[in-house]
Design a protein around this ligand. Structure first.
Ligand code: GDP
Ligand code: IMO
Ligand code: MG
Length: 434
């Protein structure tokens, strides 16, 4: 039995979905999303086609897996119902999806508030996905939130909703919006009871039993460390914690049960939304990497900001998450680049070069990336299925990334499809590079 957390090692969109889909095919694991909401866009390509999953854990394609949306999540039932309908239309059986009764309920007024709050920020926006995630977590923290389990207790829910709306409607008015009608929201909730009531569970006995039986558990994170509420580029962050320390809490597991922390990292950098991004490229260089990489948001379709691999960010991410290994994705995207840069440090205005940690946001805006340059391998890696298949220059590049991260690379993916990925046998690096 192993408990593995899958976490984003950069700014999100590292390929967590495809790695989770791959790992979830093995046996009958429990796959649990531990934070976030439908701001996620986790792309999976397999025999069911191409899906960008927003709330459903990426183990959904394995009928033997039990998929749970954990208590650390915020759940918009409307978004979930659409997602389930799309999956079912593609032939996926979704009977194996459950929702923690302790997860927060994301309601239409949260989306409205997300829009209004972004508008109120004027020119200094966060660039949120406008899925209502921030306002839903705010309500959780101020104890005005409703929980998924409340749907099964209508009287309780009605009282909680009345109390919550008294302040929420005042806030909506202050921000220039139209207050919402409590009766309409209540009716919507009763509709949700009919449609998802049978999926609501208390996860604690389920997890206790799974641990006792020695089942594997995969904890699927959303976004990445640089958008962590505490350790990311605050305030340009999401409103939850995508780092491994929070995986146990968001899933309802004792922290010491976590065996593996698998960091997912792209062979270069991307970022959606605002805030400092030291390795950001501009003009034709950016255009080229964005187009070759297909870097457009899976949830919002926004063009992603792009840059070379950031060795400072990965070192910080590996340390903060206590990563036990890495999965490197999108190596194939670099196949056609004559030369590839890697950021190894940030030069600060006082001349200091930072290599091991991300400075706080105001300082990060002043960081100048220090690059080294690697020769490209100029051949396709898409058909590679082992370390030995990779061109020597690609091996050298990966070895450098491993060195910067200080963590072994366990998986490499060379294309978006399930089979375009392989595990690196331990010892391969030193053997081949010697
Ligand atoms: P997530 O949010 O971390 O799951 O990542 P996204 O799905 O938002 O973004 C990753 C994108 O890269 C998706 O379009 C994937 O289909 C694609 N992808 C993942 N791994 C690879 C890879 O190794 N090569 C290529 N070419 N595309 C990949
Ligand atoms: P996955 O799970 C990339 C970014 C937004 C914004 C900030 C806050 O697919 O990697 P939010 O809507 O969460 O309040 O927005 O976080 N963001 C993402 N960026 N991938 C995601 O998810 C993201 N989810 C949120 O662009 O900068
Ligand atoms: Mg994504």
């Amino acid at each position: 039995m192993t408990v593995t957390a899958i976490v984003g090692a950069q700014w999100g969109d590292e390929g967590k979905g495809r790695i989770c889909d791959y790992l979830a095919q093995q046996g009958a694991p429990i796959v649990m999303r531990f934070q976030g909401g439908d701001n996620a866009g986790h792309t999976v390509i397999n025999q069911y086609g191409k899906h960008a999953l927003h709330l459903a854990p990426c183990g959904i394609f394995n009928p033997q897996a039990m998929n749970i949306i954990g208590s650390g999540c915020v759940v918009n039932p409307q978004a979930l119902l659409k997602e389930l309908a799309d999956l079912e239309a593609a032939g996926v059986n979704t009977d194996n999806l459950f929702i923690s009764n302790r997860a927060q309920l994301l309601l239409p007024y949260h989306r409205l508030l997300d829009e209004l709050e972004e508008a109120a920020r004027g020119s200094d926006t966060i660039g949120t996905t406008k899925r209502g995630v921030g306002p839903a977590y705010s309500d959780k923290a101020t104890r005005s939130g409703l929980r998924i389990g409340d749907l099964l207790n209508p009287e309780w829910l009605e009282g909680r909703l009345d109390q919550a709306l008294a302040t929420i409607n005042r806030k909506i008015e202050v921000l220039g919006g139209t207050p919402v009608d409590g009766r309409e929201i209540y009716a919507l909730c009763m509709d949700y009871v009919d449609k998802i009531g049978h999926r609501i569970i208390d996860t604690v006995p389920v997890i206790q039993k799974a641990l006792a039986e020695g089942r594997d558990i995969i904890l699927e994170g959303q976004l990445g460390v640089m958008r962590d509420l505490d350790w990311g580029i605050y305030p340009y962050v999401t409103s939850s914690n995508p780092t491994a320390a929070f995986a146990a809490s968001g899933a309802g597991l004792p922290a010491r049960t976590l065996d593996n922390v698998l960091g997912i990292v792209k062979a270069y950098s991307t970022c959606v939304g605002d805030g400092p991004f030291p390795v950001e490229l501009s003009d034709e260089e950016a255009e080229r990497l964005r187009n070759v990489g297909g870097e457009f948001g899976a949830t919002t379709g926004r063009p992603r900001r792009v840059g070379w691999f950031d060795g400072v960010a990965i070192k910080y991410a590996a340390w903060l998450n206590g990563m036990t290994s890495l999965a490197l994705t999108k190596l194939d995207i670099l196949d056609s680049f004559e030369s590839i840069k890697v950021c190894t440090g940030y030069r600060m205005p006082n001349g200091e070069i930072i290599t091991d940690y991300m400075p706080d946001t105001p300082m990060l805006y002043q960081a100048q990336p220090v690059y080294e340059e690697w020769p490209g391998w100029l051949s396709s890696t898409e058909e590679c299925r082992s370390w030995r298949d990779l061109p020597p220059r690609a091996q050298a590049y990966i070895e450098r990334l491993r060195e910067l991260a200080g963590v072994d690379i366990e998986y490499i993916s060379v294309g978006p499809e399930r089979q375009q990925m392989f595990s690196v046998e331990s010892g391969s690096f030193h053997l081949e590079m010697a």
